[in-house]
Design a protein around this ligand. Sequence first.
Ligand SMILES: *[C@@H]1O[C@H](CO)[C@@H](O)[C@H](O)[C@H]1NC(C)=O
Ligand SMILES: *[C@@H]1O[C@H](CO)[C@@H](O)[C@H](O)[C@H]1NC(C)=O
Ligand SMILES: *[C@@H]1O[C@H](CO)[C@@H](O)[C@H](O)[C@H]1NC(C)=O
Ligand SMILES: *[C@@H]1O[C@H](CO)[C@@H](O)[C@H](O)[C@H]1NC(C)=O
Ligand SMILES: *[C@@H]1O[C@H](CO)[C@@H](O)[C@H](O)[C@H]1NC(C)=O
Ligand SMILES: [Fe+2]
Length: 439
Amino acid sequence: MKLKAFIDVSVISVILCMIAVLRADDVTHPRHVHIAYGDEPHKMIVTWSTINYTDSNVNYGLSRDALNMVQGGSSSKFVDGGTAKRSQFIHKVDLVDLKPNTTYYYRVGSLEAKIWSSVFYFRSMPDGQDWGPSIVAYGDLGSANAQSLPRLLVDAAQGMYDAVVHVGDFAYDLSKNQGLVGDTFMQQIEPLAATLPYMTCNGNHENYYNFSNYKARFNMPNDNKRMYYSFNVGPIHFVSMSTEFMYFPNYGMKQIFDHYEFVKNDLIEANKPENRAKRPWIVTFGHRPMYCSNSDNDDCASYESLVRVGVPLYGIKGFEDLFHEQGVDVALWAHEHTYERMWPVYKLEVRNGSYEKPYTNPGAVTHIVTGTAGCIERHEYFTKNPPPWSAFHSSEYGYTRMKFANKTHLFVEQVSDDRDGMVIDRFTLVKDSHGPYKK
Ligand SMILES: *[C@@H]1O[C@H](CO)[C@@H](O)[C@H](O)[C@H]1NC(C)=O
Ligand SMILES: *[C@@H]1O[C@H](CO)[C@@H](O)[C@H](O)[C@H]1NC(C)=O
Ligand SMILES: *[C@@H]1O[C@H](CO)[C@@H](O)[C@H](O)[C@H]1NC(C)=O
Ligand SMILES: *[C@@H]1O[C@H](CO)[C@@H](O)[C@H](O)[C@H]1NC(C)=O
Ligand SMILES: *[C@@H]1O[C@H](CO)[C@@H](O)[C@H](O)[C@H]1NC(C)=O
Ligand SMILES: [Fe+2]
């Protein structure tokens, strides 16, 4: 009974939310406001949606009472793939020439019609590499049962993070119910994503209608609607991957090969001595893990996951050798609704730095699965006898904090939302030098 009452209340609140979104006089009102880093530090990409067409402008400035600058952009009409063919306009404005490490206040909307959103703020990226970014990472955050979201908002309001990395699977699903679930979700994350750069990759739940809801709703740097890209934050080079191409070959084989070539060339470039000296940390994020020890039949629970080894018969390469050769420091994954930390591992073999200090100068990539932010599909569980490369795991809802102290030290901690924000796992990755691992 109690459970039923809970479900009724949540269903009602979702419906109320949708009604709010659909109010007829709101068709030109900006909604779903969110930001992303641009392709260079002095840029920020601002994205939002209106149901009817309006012009696209951001009105911004250095204080809430002095929004004395305007930057225009453009919009494109997005038609959802469902039977209702619901449409909306997704607006994009690139703010350029931002002063580094500066708080900007902004609102978005129509300059002509004078219809504006409420005022948000963000902090622009500091210049250079000698600062320590704080990143929060998670995957598998839905609209219903978005359990970690309130706690993330509290953390963010305290200025704990510079950016969010969402490792795929949104809303459950962005396309569901004629895209209305996506609309609700984009509104739910607005308080977080309008303040912190919200950096994404796609997951399997985005696949409907050829990933079109994902492609339309998020604008990422250098993405060109290919769904993979890279960007730099201080001393870190991030690579956002599209593991799903391999799992949905029905959408085309070419993009599988193009994606591999992109990641390969990007990592080779990032690993050039002059680049690695500036940005020693290389962090990848993609939805489906190479490694996991969950008790389901997911690909990562088999020893030869597609992402790890590819499909040699079809000439499709996996990413493990590439990551090892290019010395990726951390690989973030999600998909499993759990948190799992691996010992440094290559080809199923544990490569601890030493027995006492496994993460000090490790001999292989450190993999983390963080797919436990909260969604309607609930928890997942683990095999009774985890393999030797599994170091720690938890099925509790939560998210992962990464503090890059400097060029050698990275602090990682896992927050449990189920246990009121308690940190249930922490480790420090120490790299006195970064680069390819030994064969
Ligand atoms: C919104 O667009 C629809 C369809 O083009 C149109 O019928 C309606 O009048 C528009 N509403 C407003 C307020 O512009
Ligand atoms: C950014 O500015 C804040 C104060 O406004 C300061 O505490 C911080 O050290 C600055 N960060 C960098 C990297 O300069
Ligand atoms: C899916 O979209 C990609 C572009 O993002 C395109 O190259 C591919 O041909 C599309 N696949 C199908 C089946 O339409
Ligand atoms: C790696 O280090 C951890 C922590 O000391 C240890 O439990 C594990 O057995 C080590 N694995 C190997 C293969 O040495
Ligand atoms: C990097 O950060 C770690 C941890 O805070 C600290 O022990 C170390 O001295 C720092 N290294 C440099 C070069 O500042
Ligand atoms: Fe998934």
